[in-house]
Design a protein around this ligand. Structure first.
Ligand SMILES: CC(C)(COP(=O)(O)OP(=O)(O)OC[C@H]1O[C@@H](n2cnc3c(N)ncnc32)[C@H](O)[C@@H]1OP(=O)(O)O)[C@@H](O)C(=O)NCCC(=O)NCCS
Length: 170
């Protein structure tokens, strides 16, 4: 299995993968595949941080990190939003998700990003170091319950001196 940067020729296959994968997600509104299109078209998109997992020629997993502006006491702090992440049903529980997340972290660090946020299940994301944003000094101003709004420092201490709030995660 390889992790690669996305290529335009992969877009249709990714659309189908995301759509199908979220049909078996614990939480889904059924529009994650369109969220991918919206993120790609927006000004927060980072082409280097849309990654796919490939098994031979088949795309079996997908992850995106886009820019997330956090309002802080010192102005805007640019972090990343991890969303969406999915793995093909037949390939789950084999570490594909883990590899996508950690490869994404490495690529993000190379680009100078120091913190990642997301909406997700803490039982899954705790293993990567994600915790409730409140514990990182960031207020969750969205309508999403605090327990699902998570953050993770890519560089230890990156958020130590940041007091801020997230008001939008979609
Ligand atoms: C969540 C998802 C990306 C994980 O991918 P994966 O390749 O199976 O994950 P990994 O192999 O790296 O990790 C598997 C571990 O995660 C756990 N896990 C998987 N999905 C989980 C979930 N929704 N909640 C809690 N734990 C979960 C497994 O039980 C397994 O635990 P273990 O290591 O203790 O045995 C995949 O299940 C998926 O695509 N789900 C549908 C889409 C989705 O829900 N995306 C996440 C949105 S927040």
């Amino acid at each position: 299995m390889n992790i690669e940067r996305v290529n335009k020729k992969d877009y249709n296959e990714i659309y189908e993968l995301v759509k199908t994968a979220f049909e078996t997600a614990q939480v889904s509104d059924g529009t994650e595949q369109d969220f991918v299109l919206k993120l790609r078209a927006g000004n927060t998109y980072i082409q280097e941080l849309e990654l796919i997992a490939k098994n031979n020629e088949e795309i079996i997993g997908h992850i995106m990190f886009t820019k997330l502006n956090i309002k802080t006491n010192k102005g805007e702090y640019v972090a990343l939003l991890l969303a969406p992440l999915c793995v093909k049903l037949e390939y789950r529980n084999k570490g594909v998700g883990k590899k996508l997340v950690y490869t994404g972290f490495e690529e993000a660090k190379k680009l100078g990003y120091e913190a990642v946020f997301l909406v997700g299940n803490p039982q899954y994301y705790n293993r990567f170091g994600f915790k409730e944003v409140g514990k990182l000094g960031i207020k969750n101003k969205t309508e999403i319950p605090n327990e699902f709004v998570l953050g993770c420092e890519l560089v230890q201490g990156a958020l130590d001196n940041i007091e801020g709030e997230i008001d939008k995660l979609d």
